[in-house]
Design a protein around this ligand. Structure first.
Ligand SMILES: Nc1ncnc2c1ncn2[C@@H]1O[C@H](COP(=O)(O)OP(=O)(O)OP(=O)(O)O)[C@@H](O)[C@H]1O
Ligand SMILES: [Mg+2]
Length: 304
């Protein structure tokens, strides 16, 4: 056994917004809204404490997502700790399209790696990306959660890869979070098996433009956030979100559904536009403009 029984490990993981309109399953952005999880190897049993988001819903047993991801990473590392204690401080809302599941999975894998001697050598960063993406089912939230900034992710022979870019500083992400949830599973189930060639060609062009717009040509952001691959199909799962996206776009704002919704993301071009978006938020929706998280998931000093 090479797991460390004395030293706790603490990790900080960011919220993420995936898709960004036309970049379905590929593009993602890390936001400075973080969960923090501390893990410790114990002599036996399981102790899971949760404060904040999801605190009243998530199970405290083997089905807990952070723990399941830890188990997967321990299995990859060939380790079985005798017992585990977890302390979760959650700030990322669950089931809203802000990557809470990816954050939980990344946290679990990094904690397991951190608790194992030479974990970093035995499970390198590329392996963490691949394992976390496999666990989540797709890499678009996992990649920015791990790397920070703007990421473009793809999969080769089942293994996820990603490149990271800095966002143009003029871009101000504004998130509008409704007081209700939507299930990622349901939203995925609404997608058709095939799409018209013209819609695929349109969306591929806009996705390419979006990378340019986010990294140096923000003037193009309105055209660059147009999508025909997924958002409209998901309308039955989140009519309010699609209505808000349409209303904001009529006003000229680059609005998209964040992840599998129902949060709406606006990639505002500066503070003036961000302020206008705040003014257009429906009653009951929480609006904020979190900074871009440029660092990605980080191991922090353990709490004293
Ligand atoms: N920190 C966490 N601890 C335990 N379980 C979590 C945690 N974060 C997410 N989950 C689980 O994942 C579910 C939410 O995942 P889901 O993929 O539906 O939404 P999301 O990740 O918040 O949004 P999206 O995938 O659209 O960005 C929660 O209901 C919960 O079961
Ligand atoms: Mg998710």
């Amino acid at each position: 056994m090479t797991v460390s029984a004395d030293a706790p490990v603490r990790v900080r993981v960011p919220a993420t917004s995936a898709n960004l309109g036309p970049g379905f399953d590929a593009l993602g952005l890390a936001l400075a809204l973080h969960d923090e999880v501390t893990a410790r190897v114990t002599e036996g049993g399981l102790d899971i404490q949760v404060d904040g988001e999801g605190g009243e819903q998530v199970a405290r047993d083997e089905t807990h997502l952070v723990l399941r991801a830890m188990r997967a990473a321990f299995a990859e590392l060939g380790e079985t700790p005798p017992g585990l204690a977890l302390q979760c401080r959650n700030r990322i809302p669950h089931g809203r399209g802000l990557g809470s599941s990816a954050a939980a999975i990344v946290a679990g894998i990094l904690l397991a790696r951190g608790l194992v001697r030479d974990g970093r050598l035995r499970l390198d960063d590329a392996a963490v990306l691949a394992l976390a993406s496999e666990f989540e089912g797709h890499p678009d939230n996992v990649a920015p959660c791990l790397l920070g900034g703007l990421t473009i992710a793809w999969t080769v022979d089942g293994a996820a890869r990603a490149v990271r870019r800095d966002l143009d500083p003029a871009v101000v992400p504004v998130v509008l979070v409704p007081p209700f949830t939507a299930s990622t599973e349901r939203a995925r189930g609404l997608l058709p098996p095939t799409v018209p060639h013209a819609d695929a060609a349109f969306t591929a062009g806009r996705a390419a433009l979006l990378v340019a717009a986010l990294t140096g040509t923000p003037q193009a952001l309105f055209d660059a956030t147009a999508d025909r691959l997924h958002q409209a199909y998901r309308e039955p799962a989140m009519p309010e979100a699609l209505r808000l996206v349409a209303d904001l776009r009529v006003l000229g704002h680059p609005a998209v559904v964040s992840g599998a919704g129902p949060t709406v993301l606006v990639l505002a071009r500066g503070e003036v536009e961000a302020e206008r978006v705040r003014g257009a938020a429906p009653i009951g929706w929480a609006v904020s403009a979190p900074a871009v998280d440029v660092a990605g998931a980080r191991i922090l000093d353990p709490p004293r």
